[in-house]
Design a protein. Structure first.
Length: 674
């Protein structure tokens, strides 16, 4: 894939995933399976990784905003009052600017300010109905959050009832907002425990708090000493409160933990002084703070200032400068990821940064190393900004002694010794060997998965056990497993072993397209595999097809062609395929499939449709791997002509493009779907 089409694809995927997120989370009416969803997500993550910063501002990418899988199982509810997020002040000048702006808008009144440390945790919303805690939600998108009530109940400092009914609104629902966090000491203990259990560590207290509060099993949350600070109330009407300061006092009276460092001040100088004080003393605070929140104290003044769409005008989050330090890169190692990507990792002289010892940081890829002008032995500036993992900002070339040496990516995979490939226009170097030890797990799991060889009863767990027992080094080994091999595994019942053997046996005549997909050739998804399977008679024909011939196949671009030829050029992959065939695997040439015959074609609609909406028609087209375009051109394949067609119909006739009426179109599309 070249750069423009990759960036376009990223854009499209982000949109698509956002759409499906909405269907899933907010409408509770998903349109695609979890597996399909995961495929979109994986593709996006890979593209973003490959194109890095070029893929644009990615903080709002669904790969960042949507959490791990189990989150899907939390119920979601709307917040009664939206949870706004604060605009950021990134320097003292921004603070001055904020104060200047609000002061001028409030003239002639003089505002007072409430200053609160900004804890780096997870924002939550606690709902009390008739004074009783009924529900707790994560912030979610600000409008709708996940129901984490059971986990919040494990935090003993959250009162379950409010003493004496507050002056509540008609609904009698009061919302209390707070930040859930972990103390640094508790975070360290938790990581020490995880380390002793051989489990992956949390990157920082914020991630640990987020991971703990979003546990599906509330017993796990209960074991984590989560803390909370509360700072806002909504749903209280009229004379209830007049100021933010009063709210904080009342929250304290009601039994909510309120940060002891809060302060009320009257001048901008005091705001800046407290900001500096917090920044200077943050290391002594037993939890992580990443800045200070400034709020206009008077609620009447807050109302006058109002809010922008997602953030109030009466408050701002002033962030501390990211923690930075310098250290020396001692070496650059290569990690081979589960998907074969080679990632350079800087091993550095350990240095303390924001209270954490840093000794390594990913350098992402060769292009990144070149861009940052990094040599082995260089003194570099590193930073941990907010909650992100440490990153190398740049090298400090003035500190060079002449002993530094340039780094280059290895020509062979450090895990298996196979040649390393890099696609033109892509940043990543990869190993494409099907039997590369670093990738075996992923390769076999993909190979047996439903869209691929669809071998029942073999999942990731079993694959792990096979690897541990050294019974498999690659997908082909599955077909050489014996009943006795399986019985030799711990906790393997005779019946399961027999079932697995027969499932493997039954998978020996896969459709050719599934077999091709199962090989895990980069950029060859199910649709592309179907196109390839359609074009060739058997796998051996595909294996020797020159790149130029592949490029001529409709729906196959130069990148896919390159990846396919590279894959089959790799001797170890040919060996794997030979071993599969030798074991009796016989991929079956299929009839033309839906995906293959319309995939890659372009439709244009003109005129009104009767039986389906234009939108549904487009979706049907897209579901077959084809696309709908708005203008007729030489590359249009079909023009669908409804009632009262426009000029597109004429254009189609001029260009000699086939036209179909609605019935013909639906017959073709639904026929394809069967
Ligand atoms: Zn390898």
């Amino acid at each position: 894939m070249d750069r423009p089409s990759a960036l376009q694809r990223i854009k499209k995927l982000r949109k698509l995933i956002a759409y499906h997120n909405e269907r899933y989370y907010q409408l509770d009416d998903p349109e695609i399976s979890d597996a399909e969803y995961d495929r979109l997500m994986t593709e996006l993550m890979e593209l973003e990784q490959m194109w890095g910063e070029e893929s644009g501002e990615s903080t709002d990418s669904p790969t960042r905003t949507v959490g791990a899988e189990p989150l899907k199982k939390f119920e979601t509810y709307p917040h009664i009052t939206p949870m706004l997020s604060l605009s950021n002040a990134l320097s003292e000048r921004d603070i001055l600017e904020f104060v200047r702006r609000v002061s001028s808008q409030l003239e002639p009144e003089k505002p007072t300010y409430v200053l609160e440390p900004k804890i780096d945790g997870v924002a939550v919303n606690l709902m009390y109905e008739e004074g009783v805690f009924t529900r707790g939600l994560t912030r979610g998108d600000g409008l709708i959050g996940e129901n984490i009530s059971r986990n919040l109940k494990t935090i003993s400092s959250i009162p379950m009832t409010l003493p004496g009914p507050p002056a509540a609104s008609d609904s009698n629902i009061v919302e209390v907002r707070g930040e859930v966090f972990l103390h640094i000491e508790d975070f360290k203990l938790l990581n020490r425990k995880k380390a002793s259990e051989g489990k992956p560590l949390f990157a920082n207290p914020r991630n640990a708090a987020a991971g703990s509060i979003r546990q599906l099993d509330s017993r796990v949350s209960a074991e984590r000493p989560l803390a909370i600070n509360c700072y806002a109330v909504s749903g209280i009407d009229g004379p209830g409160f007049e100021s933010q300061w009063e709210i904080l006092q009342r929250l304290r009276e009601w039994g909510f933990p309120v940060n002891p460092l809060i302060r009320r001040v009257e001048t901008v100088d005091e705001c800046v002084a407290f900001f500096r004080e917090l920044e200077a003393t943050r290391k002594e605070i037993p939890y992580e703070i990443d800045g200070m929140v400034i709020k206009i104290d008077s609620l009447a003044q807050q109302r006058r200032l109002g809010a922008l769409s997602r953030s109030p005008r009466w408050a701002i989050a002033a962030k501390f400068a990211p923690a930075q330090a310098t250290t020396v890169i001692e070496s650059i190692d290569i990690q081979v990821g589960r998907t074969g990507v080679l990632t350079p990792v800087a091993r550095m002289k350990p240095v303390s940064l924001g209270g954490v010892t840093i000794s390594h940081a990913t350098l992402h890829n060769m292009a990144e190393i070149e861009k940052k002008d990094i040599l082995v032995g260089d003194t570099v500036l590193i930073q941990r900004a907010g909650d992100v993992i440490p990153q190398v900002v740049k090298s400090i070339s003035s500190k060079r002694t002449g002993n530094e040496r340039p780094f280059s990516m290895p020509e062979r995979c450090p895990s298996c010794g196979s040649p390393v490939y890099k696609n033109e226009g892509e940043a990543a170097h990869r190993c494409i060997n099907m039997t590369c030890p670093a990738q075996t797990l992923e390769r076999i799991v993909h190979f047996v998965s439903r869209g691929a060889m669809d071998i029942d009863g073999i999942g990731e767990k079993l694959v792990r056990r096979l690897l541990e027992a050294e019974l498999a080094r690659g997908p082909a080994d599955l077909y050489y497993l014996t009943f006795e091999d399986l019985l030799g595994l711990e906790r393997m019942a005779e019946k399961s072993a027999r079932n697995i053997i027969s499932a493997i046996e039954n998978s020996k005549r896969p459709p050719l397209s599934k077999f091709i997909y199962a090989l895990g050739i980069r950029h060859v998804g199910e649709d592309t595999a179907a196109i390839l399977a359609d074009y060739v008679d058997d796998i051996n024909e595909l294996a020797v097809l020159p790149r130029e011939r592949l490029c001529e196949v409709r729906g196959i671009g130069p990148v896919v062609a390159e990846n396919v030829t590279e894959f089959f050029a790799e001797t170890s992959n040919r060996e794997t395929i030979d071993r599969l065939l030798a074991a009796g695997v016989r991929p079956q040439k299929e009839q033309r499939t839906a995906a293959s015959s319309l995939a890659g074609t372009t439709f244009v609609f003109t005129g009104a449709l009767n039986r389906v909406t234009r939108n549904d028609a487009k979706k049907m087209v897209e579901s077959l791997g084809a696309s709908a375009s708005s203008a007729v051109s030489k590359s249009t394949d079909y023009v669908i002509v409804g009632k009262d067609p426009g000029s597109k119909f004429q254009k189609a006739q001029e260009l000699g493009i086939p036209t179909l009426n609605e019935d013909e179109f639906l017959a073709m599309i639904t026929g394809e779907n069967e």
